[in-house]
Design a protein around this ligand. Structure first.
Ligand code: KIV
Length: 267
């Protein structure tokens, strides 16, 4: 069983941040070097999202992510993180296959990765599943609004605007014992209303400034996503250009026999 750092933040720290009005930061990571770097940058939570299927594997949706892949990436990331709370996504369709399968899958992810919580996309219909996983001692983060695993049902990656449904979904997750709720692509006013109404933190992505925290996909944040990024993303770097220029310069040096130079050559 992987070791879990005793020094990591916990779900109690998330609750305390909400109480204190301190904004929370969560970012995705899928591998060891970026896990170490985002942890060193001081974020509160590192999410091993099922977005790995799109960002790392080039799939069109997150539906392709499997539990074995989530465990593979989750274990690597958890090993690289010493301070932040590590959350791993429960991939499609495990929360829909009955309470027993959901609890077994969540437990398997927790045991095999050394993460501290799992995230689960769902509507109010997932109340029983969340409650059972929490009762097993496994912290759960809910995920409502745009649920990428349901992209085919939702008819695309689009804003979710049904206020009553969104309030009900978020409230159900919190009442079932979720330690926080991700709000994806919902109107800012609805996100603000949910945030005020819940005792647990909300973490927004495309949900405006009034959530208790914000989450972004790392590759969007650092300018490494190959596809067009959504309007709600702010890219703080342009690693696509940096990488392409570095490799291109190296290739030209190889072709011109400028690399390796004397200092890079063994005696
Ligand atoms: O899988 C993921 O990266 C996510 C975030 C977008 C919240 O669920």
């Amino acid at each position: 069983m992987p070791e879990q750092s005793a020094c990591r933040l916990t779900i109690r720290d998330l609750a305390a941040a909400k109480q204190a009005g301190r904004p929370l930061s969560m970012v995705t990571a899928y591998d060891w070097p970026t896990a170490r770097l985002v942890d060193a940058a001081g974020v509160d939570c590192v999410l091993v999202g099922d977005s790995v299927a799109m960002v790392v594997a080039g799939r069109p949706t997150t539906i392709a992510a499997t539990i074995d892949q989530m465990i593979y990436h989750g274990e690597i990331v958890a090993r690289g993180v010493s301070r932040a709370l590590v959350v791993v996504d429960l991939p499609f369709p495990l929360q829909h296959l009955g309470v027993r399968t959901a609890v077994e899958s969540a437990a398997r992810i927790l045991q095999a990765t050394g993460c501290q919580a799992i995230k689960l996309e769902g509507t109010a219909g997932q109340r029983e599943v969340i409650a059972a996983i929490v009762a097993a001692g496994i912290p759960v983060m809910g995920h409502v609004g745009l649920r990428p695993q349901a992209v085919n049902q939702l008819g695309g990656y689009r804003m979710q605007r049904d206020r009553d449904q969104l309030l009900a979904d978020a409230a159900a997750a919190a009442e079932a014992g979720a330690c926080g709720v991700v709000l994806e692509c919902i109107p800012a006013a609805v996100a603000a209303e949910i945030t005020t109404s819940l005792a647990v933190p909300t973490i927004g992505i495309g949900a405006g400034p009034d959530c208790d925290g914000q989450v972004l996909v790392l590759h969007d944040l650092i300018g490494l996503s190959l596809d067009r990024v959504p309007r709600f993303v702010r890219s703080y770097a342009d690693l696509k250009t940096t990488i392409t220029e570095a490799v291109s310069t190296w290739r030209q040096d190889v072709e011109a026999r400028r690399f390796p130079a004397a200092a890079e050559t063994p005696a």
